[in-house]
Design a protein around this ligand. Structure first.
Ligand code: TXA
Ligand code: MG
Length: 319
């Protein structure tokens, strides 16, 4: 069994041995290792079964650490860091030669964020190195928002999950890179496009470009349950099309009355998109354990964090 514990000193000891632990963040749990340890970083890729071309996010606890990692910071990057750090804002910046190529998959840029979680920050402050941490799930699977999700994925192969409770945002960080000095949004996430635009003006979104993915983790199929999942705007029609099958529903705010439905997950009874994002992955994890024939997910309103939720639902339902 993986140890699930809040013991930060134990976590530090394991990381200092070039081994991995899972860490809590406000978005999702991460599978973390020392960015300067080739052994630790190789193990991250191996444990996740993650392709080596898919670079990792570096987690820091102080904005001054940007100097150890980057060689150029556009003005708007600093504005974003100051507005949203600690928080679910990942900035992709020109890397300097200190950053190992394994972290960045040979790219000239490095993704960096400062998580807004007291346990993660306390850990990072006591380490002599930043932590690389992708989401703590096997490649392509649903991200973990509870310590127990991580244990279910990795069991004995992972020594420790540093327990920080359930993740508050529940979806991954928003990733912003730069073309010249202008911000480009690479991945929709826990900070909405509208909130970013309020700070730096309108931003281009490249989230859906699959041909030359600047964020290769934005592969079309991702965040996916094992159960066949279907996305719809017309619930009744979709339910009809799966007649005589065991159906589970992933709904925004209202249950429906239909004897054919085995289980229903409601993301927010108050029609609150932030709350819906918080519970999205936990609901997907639960539905995926019910041996259903199909999960039918309902699109949510396409504003604010609704855009992020719809993005994840689309990726979960791609064949
Ligand atoms: O909320 C989060 O961001 C979580 C927590 C643990 O911090 N982490 C996370 O990591 O979602 P991961 O590895 O699952 O997703 C990282 C994404 C990938 O899509 C990757 O391609 C992209 O960041 N990325 C990393 N470095 C990049 C770079 N230099 N240029 C473009 N994209 C990059
Ligand atoms: Mg991930």
């Amino acid at each position: 069994m993986t140890m699930i514990s809040g013991n930060i000193q134990k976590a530090i000891a394991i990381l200092n041995q070039n081994d991995l632990i899972a860490i809590p963040t406000e978005t999702v749990y991460g599978l973390a290792g020392n960015i300067y340890s080739e052994a630790a970083i190789s193990k991250i890729f191996a444990m996740k079964n993650r392709p080596l071309f898919n670079p990792l996010i570096v987690h820091i606890h102080h904005i001054s650490q940007l100097e150890q990692l980057t060689r150029y910071i556009p003005d708007k990057a600093l504005v974003l860091a100051k507005a949203f750090w600690p928080g679910a804002m990942t900035l992709v910046l020109k890397k300097n030669s200190q950053v190992p190529d394994l972290i960045t998959a040979g790219k000239d840029s490095v993704a960096i964020r400062m998580p807004n979680h007291p346990v993660a920050l306390a850990l990072l402050e006591q380490l002599r190195f930043p932590l690389a941490a992708p989401s703590a799930n096997p490649f392509g699977c649903i991200s973990p928002t509870k310590a127990i999700h991580v244990e279910e994925y990795f069991g004995d192969t992972l020594r420790m999950v540093l327990d920080g409770g359930d993740c508050e945002s529940g979806v991954e960080s928003t990733i912003v890179g730069f073309e010249g000095d202008e911000p480009i949004l690479y991945r929709l996430g826990a900070i909405s496009v509208e909130d970013i635009a309020a700070v730096v003006g309108s931003v281009n979104i490249k989230n859906k470009e699959e041909t030359t993915p600047d964020a290769p983790g934005m592969l079309l199929k991702h965040y996916a349950p094992l159960t066949t999942t279907h996305l719809t705007t017309d619930l009744n029609e979709s339910i009809k099309s799966f007649a005589h099958q065991k159906i589970g529903l992933l709904l925004f705010s209202k249950k429906i009355d239909d004897p054919q439905i085995v289980h229903q997950e409601i993301l927010s009874e108050n029609n609150d998109l932030k709350e819906a994002a918080t519970y999205l992955y936990a609901a997907m994890h639960r539905l995926d354990k019910l041996n259903l024939d199909v999960i039918i997910a309902e699109r949510v309103p396409d504003i604010g964090l609704g855009k992020t939720i719809n993005d994840r639902l689309e990726r979960a339902t791609k064949k």
